[in-house]
Design a protein around this ligand. Structure first.
Ligand code: DQA
Length: 148
């Protein structure tokens, strides 16, 4: 059985749809998960989709990906700008890593311009709304040699 694409979502993304909809839109996280599952399955991939407000839990999933995932798509949310621990975990995984943001952090407050996670990312997608998740799956399929 082939390994899934791990899709990780950081703090406050559980409230997608109601959280600052003028920035993040009206789509909920379960709707994003459905969208991802459909996009991945069209390319012959399974996904393993998670959200946590806890840095420790996210690090646990990344550590599990060292041997258990084909690739990682991660929206680290606010941990993007603070977490050396998530960066260090990502540096251990051999698979491609795509960093994803719904908004464009570079067009926002200065503290959002710095990403620790980018240092370990194969590529970054930002500012394209929740469609970024679909684009990330398409890009990951390409990186894994399975673009449809
Ligand atoms: C975010 C951008 C981050 O700066 C912010 O803290 C988030 C969401 C995004 O998806 O645009 O929580 O990662």
């Amino acid at each position: 059985m082939s390994k899934p694409i791990l899709i990780l979502n950081g703090p406050n993304l559980n409230l997608l749809g109601t959280r600052e909809p003028e920035i993040y839109g009206a789509t909920t996280l379960p709707q994003v998960e459905d969208m991802c599952r459909e996009e991945a399955s069209a390319r012959g991939f399974e996904i393993s989709f998670h959200q946590s407000n806890s840095e420790a839990e996210i690090i646990g999933w990344i550590q599990g990906a060292v041997s258990g995932a084909a690739g990682i798509i991660i929206n680290p949310a606010a941990f993007t700008h603070t977490s050396v621990a998530i960066l260090d975990a990502l540096k251990m995984v051999p698979c491609p890593v795509i960093e994803l943001h719904i908004s464009n952090p570079h067009a926002r407050e200065e503290f959002r311009h710095k990403s620790f996670v980018s240092l370990a990312a194969t590529g970054v997608i930002c500012g394209l709304g929740v469609d970024g998740y679909k684009l990330a799956i398409q890009a990951m399929a390409g990186l894994l040699g399975r673009s449809a």
